[in-house]
Write a protein that binds this ligand. Sequence first.
Ligand code: SF4
Length: 484
Amino acid sequence: MSATDPAVPRTYRVRTFGCQMNVHDSERLSGLLEESGYLPAADGAVADVVVFNTCAVRENADNRLYGNLGQLYPVKRAHPGMQIAVGGCLAQKDRGEIVRKAPWVDVVFGTHNVGSLPTLLERARIADEAQVEIRESLETFPSTLPTRRESAYAAWVAISVGCNNTCTFCIVPSLRGREQDRRPGDVLAEIEALVAEGAIEVTLLGQNVNSYGVGFGDRGAFAKLLRACGEIDGLERVRFTSPHPRDFTDDVVEAMATTQNVMPHLHMPLQSGSDAVLRAMRRSYRKARYLGIVEKVRAALPEAAISTDVIVGFPGETEEDFAETMDVVRRARFSGAFTFQYSTRPGTPAADMPGQVPPDVVADRYGRLVALVDEIAWDENKRFVGRELELLVTEGDGRKDDRTRRLSGRAPDNRLVHFTPGAPVRPGDVVTVRVTHAAPHHLVADGEPLGVRPTRAGDAWERRNAAPGSTSGVPLGMPRVPVG
Ligand code: SF4
C-alpha cells in the first residue's frame, strides 16, 4: 500500500461478480489501471484501489455488494488514500444510490463507460469527492480498451454487447442496452493478435451470439465468423457463448460441423421445457424447436456435448410444466447444466407476475432436476471410460482437495478431465490421455499420459509466470522451487 508516496506505484484489486461478460470487462479494468501505472496488489495485501465489478441478476446481489463495502469501511479508515470503485450492472442500476448507502465509495461507473475508471479515480482524489458517472449507451466498443488477460493460453473475445431480447426474468437489456455488434474484421484482428501472443483457444462472447450481424444487416454473419476462425493459423480451439435457440440457424450447425477448430460443444440455455412457461418468459421459442436444434446438432456432430441453463419455479410454473422440463432433460441428454431456483429480480417484469411459486415447492423441483441432470451427465461420462482424449491443460480447474497432484484439462467437448502428469506439462500444453473412470461432473485419466505436446500457449504461460516475483514458472507436475 503506497497511497501517499507518489514515487511508489499504486496497487489495485478487481473483484468480479456474475457472468463471462463481467469477467472480460474486469480484464479491461485491470488493463486500464495497469496502463495508468497501477500494479496488481499481492495476494493478501491491502490494495490502494479496490474495484467491484458487480452483477445485478440475483436477488441478493445488492446484499453481497453492500456486505463487501461494509467490510472495507474500517480497512479504508485505516489506510488513508485508499479508494473504492463500484462498476458493472448493479452500478448501472443503482447509480448514486450506492454512494448514498455507502458514502465511503469514491467512484461509481456503469456498464457503458468502463474506460472512464482511471480518470474518475483521479478526479475523486483531487476533488476529494465521490464521482458518479453513468452513461445511457455505449460510447466506444470496449474491445479498444487495454486488456490484462487472466489466461495466457485462452481468451475471451467479445463480438457484441447488449441484447435485443426481452426475457421477462432478465435485467441485462435494461443495463447493457440493445445489441451492438463489432465488425468481423475487428474481431478477427483481435483473435490474430491473441494467437500471435500465444493463445490457442478463444471463446466468442455475446449475450446472444446467434443474432450477431443484425447490427450490420448480415444474418449469416455468425456462421461466417466461425468459418473465418477456421482460417487462422495456430488457433486450435474456438468456443462461443451464449447462443439463443430462437436465432440458432442451420448455417451455424454446418459451420460447427465443417470448421476443424470449432469445438464440438454447445452451451444452449433452455430455461424451461414448458411452452406455457417459455411464453411467460418471453423466450420466443418452444420445446419442439429446442429439441429440433439438439437433433440437428447431434446429426451433424454425433460427438458434440450439449449443456444448458435451466430455471425452476418461474412464476406460474405448474407440476405439469416442470414435467415438460424434465422431459427435455431426458431427451436432450445434457453433458451438464447450470440450474437455478427462480428468485425475484427487482426491475424485471417477472418480479410482479402472479403465481409466484412457494420456496419449498421450488426447492423440491430443484432437487429433482439436479438429480436427473447429474444422473444423465454421469451416464454420458461413463461412455468415455477407456477412450483417448486430447486435453488442453488448464489452470484453476483442479480439485482443491486433490492430494494426488493431478492436473486438469478440457477435452474438445469441454468435458473436464483430471489426469496424472508423468512428464512436466504447463497450462496451455496439450496432452493425450486414456480415461480410466467417470464421475458426474468430470472424468479421470490415471496413469501416464499417452502423449504430451508442448505448445506456444504453454510457452506464453511460462513466460508470463516466470516474470520476476512469480513463483509458478515451473512446469506443473514437478516440485516447485521458488525462483531466484
Ligand atoms: S437473451 Fe434473454 S436472458 Fe439472455 S441476456 Fe438477453 S434478455 Fe437476458
